[in-house]
Design a protein around this ligand. Structure first.
Ligand SMILES: *[C@@H]1O[C@H](CO)[C@@H](O)[C@H](O)[C@H]1NC(C)=O
Ligand SMILES: *[C@@H]1O[C@H](CO)[C@@H](O)[C@H](O)[C@H]1NC(C)=O
Ligand SMILES: *[C@@H]1O[C@H](CO)[C@@H](O)[C@H](O)[C@H]1NC(C)=O
Length: 179
């Protein structure tokens, strides 16, 4: 509180240091707790790189041509059901993690040369979200993610191809949820 008092005093003289601003912001929020979801953020600029965006969409297009199951959608309304806007980035972080580890890794030899360019890009985003957690109960989120995982597993290799075919949707959903 002494530090806060000093901030208040210096703010009266019009010289507010940026550390004071941060302290004040936390104080205004009612305590020194880090805001929920503060690490659940990506940069707008991550989604504005024409080259890698193009490669991500090309990879998705190529895989979706090989996907013969058109009645199943992985990244759609069902995935977000009951999940509020503030929790969606965390949800997408979980989907991205699964996609990297259990879809792209086993299929990494396929769909070259796009695959080898897109995987590091998505891994970088995943890494940026590594500290993204939510403090409330996340069972409803895990349930939705599990449904997606179960669908992919049930379809076997074709499920993996489908997930790659939806990388364009993953890209858009990450963008909408995390910036
Ligand atoms: C990606 O770029 C290529 C040219 O390099 C172009 O032919 C293609 O239509 C673009 N695809 C998308 C989805 O933007
Ligand atoms: C879809 O593709 C998978 C694997 O490529 C194949 O096993 C399956 O029989 C195909 N299903 C249909 C309905 O064509
Ligand atoms: C996926 O999540 C696990 C557990 O949190 C973590 O150890 C792993 O590094 C993550 N993988 C990727 C590719 O981000």
């Amino acid at each position: 509180m002494a530090a806060l008092q000093k901030c208040v005093n210096s703010s009266l003289t019009g010289t507010l240091a940026s550390s004071c601003l941060l302290l004040l912001a936390l104080w205004v929020q009612g305590g020194a707790a880090v805001p929920i979801g503060s690490h659940c953020r990506l940069d707008n600029s991550d989604f504005q790189q024409p080259y890698i965006t193009n490669r991500t969409f090309m990879l998705a297009e190529e895989a979706s041509l090989a996907d013969n199951n058109t009645d199943v959608r992985l990244i759609g309304d069902k995935l977000f059901h009951g999940v509020n806007a503030g929790e969606r980035c965390y949800l997408m972080k979980e989907v991205l993690n699964f996609t990297l580890e259990e879809v792209l890794l086993p299929q990494s030899h396929r769909f070259q040369p796009h695959m080898q360019e897109v995987v590091p890009f998505l891994a970088k985003l995943s890494n940026r979200l590594s500290q993204c957690h939510i403090e409330s109960d996340d069972q409803h989120i895990q349930r939705n993610v599990q449904m997606l995982k179960d669908t992919v597993k049930k379809l076997g290799e074709n499920g993996e191809i489908k997930a790659i075919g939806e990388l364009n949707l993953l890209f858009i959903a990450l963008k909408n949820a995390c910036i």
